[in-house]
Design a protein around this ligand. Structure first.
Ligand SMILES: Nc1ncnc2c1ncn2[C@@H]1O[C@H](COP(=O)(O)OP(=O)(O)O)[C@@H](O)[C@H]1O
Ligand SMILES: [Mg+2]
Length: 511
């Protein structure tokens, strides 16, 4: 038996799948792509998470694009965190070239260029569906973790939430939260001390300072209404999974906002998705490009929470995929949970690099066909060492893989194309309203001003009541929304209050 046949048999034995799968590419032996040696990833184990690693320019983002495409074609939606702004091309068909046709033929797949259903989203000022969440939905535990508070300060935050619950003061945005913090040590001081005991003004000051810090990183765009319903990630159009691209290019320099957002998203998915049980395919896959940004800025507490959620979210049928330069960017506890590993080339410039390569090689299954460490540094662009989990949860044979070309555009959309996409989005219509309904800030302001206006009757109310500056147009919009969305929204917030009680166990487990 020749070496190529041995190689094919070796791959085939390890990739016996009864259920559906996607084809990532074809195996490479002795530097040459081998025909009839396809590298497959079973849909059944895609909720077991994964890693796409490799040096800059080796093909990580294109691999991510290819996997998201193949999932979409199978009707599986995905969410992509796009930190470099290079994923929007998924909405348009790729262009045919001799190079790509030849590559597809070698791999044994047809090249059928097409645009896929894409939804652009943003947590800041980028064009697309605005993703938001209320402070109340975050809950005291998560807020405290994000602000990196100590136990005393956490106590104050818990008290603030409790006080607001009892007094029907909705905490929607950071403005509300700051206003209540102020209230607690000023106008409301004696009331609160009667009920909860003394509150340390120094703690409140620290919390306030940290909230302002978070605000300065741009998080104020993210807190508020209308909060995003994560079920809207799970959509199909004409049988194809919708690819939600969250554009985060302006967030790179604000890692804290990014990890905050990531954690809130994962918690929300965890808390609202039903248990999936044994299933033939994932419900949703989440891809995080430049994932080192999530981990490098996260506090120990936040990291532990991310690790815990990653472990638990599997049972909801959600797979999380990290895209980063070296596997060492990902904490060991997370790495140990990853089923799919796609390792593009690594470059060995320094002694530290070489150490990282040796360590990386050790984390892959042995192969009779490769010297893993040698292959790691010699692979070309668009090639990767791949191992997935088979349907029984056993790693598939390690294979140097020629990754197929994306069927969507490898380049980005033009600004006209982006405008068109955003204009035709029903989710944009659903979420992109400026909604500032009466919440803690307005209610407290009004209460205080009433006290004041009794004291100084000569000042007309209009001057002191900043909160009534809402224009009639806003009023009618509010009325319109209150018919459906707000009722639903209130329902969700209430549900969240309950969930917080129950899942408090989840969020508080580690203390
Ligand atoms: N699977 C592939 N098929 C065709 N070309 C590819 C593929 N992967 C990478 N390339 C080429 O390599 C370039 C760099 O890939 P990219 O995914 O952006 O790298 P990275 O994300 O690792 O920095 C792409 O612009 C493309 O020209
Ligand atoms: Mg990239």
């Amino acid at each position: 038996m020749d070496r190529q046949t041995q190689f094919r048999n070796h791959l085939a034995e390890g990739q016996v799948f009864k259920k559906d799968y996607i084809v990532l590419g074809t195996g490479i032996l002795d530097g040459e792509p081998v025909s009839n040696a396809q590298i497959k990833i079973p849909l059944k184990t895609l909720n077991r998470h994964g890693l796409i690693a490799g040096a800059t320019g080796t093909g990580k983002t294109k691999t991510l694009q290819v996997i998201a495409e193949q999932l979409s074609l199978k009707g599986i939606p995905s969410v992509l965190m796009d930190l470099k702004g290079d994923l929007s091309g998924l909405a348009q068909a790729g262009s045919v070239s001799d190079f790509i046709l030849k590559r597809s033929e070698t791999i044994g797949v047809s090249y059928d260029p097409q645009g896929l259903p894409v939804e652009l989203m943003s947590i800041s000022n980028e064009k697309g569906v605005r993703l938001k969440a209320t402070v109340s939905e975050f809950g005291p535990v998560l807020i405290s973790q994000i602000l990196e508070l100590n136990d005393t300060q956490r106590g104050v935050v818990a008290l603030v939430f409790r006080y607001c619950d009892l007094n029907h003061l909705p905490l929607l945005d950071l403005k509300d939260f700051k206003r209540v913090l102020q209230f607690v040590v000023n106008e409301g001081k004696s009331d609160i001390e009667k009920e909860f005991g003394q509150v340390s003004a120094a703690s409140v000051n620290t919390i306030m300072r940290k909230v302002i810090e978070l605000e300065q990183q741009g998080a104020d765009r993210f807190f508020g209404e209308l909060s995003f319903d994560v079920q809207d990630f799970v959509r199909t159009k004409e049988g194809k999974g919708v690819v939600s691209i969250i554009r985060l290019t302006d967030i790179q320099s604000k890692p804290k906002v990014f990890s905050t957002f990531m954690l809130s998203l994962l918690s929300e998915i965890y808390e609202t998705f039903p248990e999936q049980g044994d299933s033939d395919q994932p419900k949703l896959c989440l891809f995080i490009d430049e994932a080192h940004l999530v981990f490098s800025s996260a506090s120990k507490d936040l990291l532990e929470k991310i690790e815990a959620i990653i472990k638990l979210i599997r049972s909801k049928g959600v797979g999380v995929y990290f895209c980063t330069q070296t596997p060492t960017d990902v904490p060991d506890n997370v790495l140990g949970q990853l089923g799919l590993k796609v390792q593009h080339a690594l470059r060995a410039f320094t002694a530290k690099d070489r150490k990282a390569i040796t360590k990386t090689a050790e984390n892959y299954p042995d192969s009779p066909f490769y010297d893993t460490a040698e292959v790691l540094t010699s692979m070309g662009i668009g090639e990767a060492l791949v191992t997935a989990l088979n349907e029984k949860g056993i790693p598939t044979p390690l294979a140097r893989t020629l990754v197929r070309a994306p069927i969507t555009r490898m380049d980005i959309l033009s600004s006209t194309e982006i405008d068109q996409l955003v204009a035709s989005s029903d989710l944009v219509r659903k979420y992109n309203h400026d909604l500032d309904r009466d919440s803690a800030f307005e209610i407290l302001e009004r209460k205080m001003n009433q006290v004041e206006s009794v004291q100084q009757k000569e000042i007309p109310k209009e001057v002191t009541r900043k909160s009534s500056s809402r224009t009639p147009k806003d009023e009618s919009l509010l009325k319109e929304l209150s018919k459906n969305t707000m009722v639903r929204q209130l329902g969700r917030t209430l549900f969240r209050e309950l969930a917080r009680g129950i899942l408090g166990s989840f969020s508080g487990k580690r203390r």
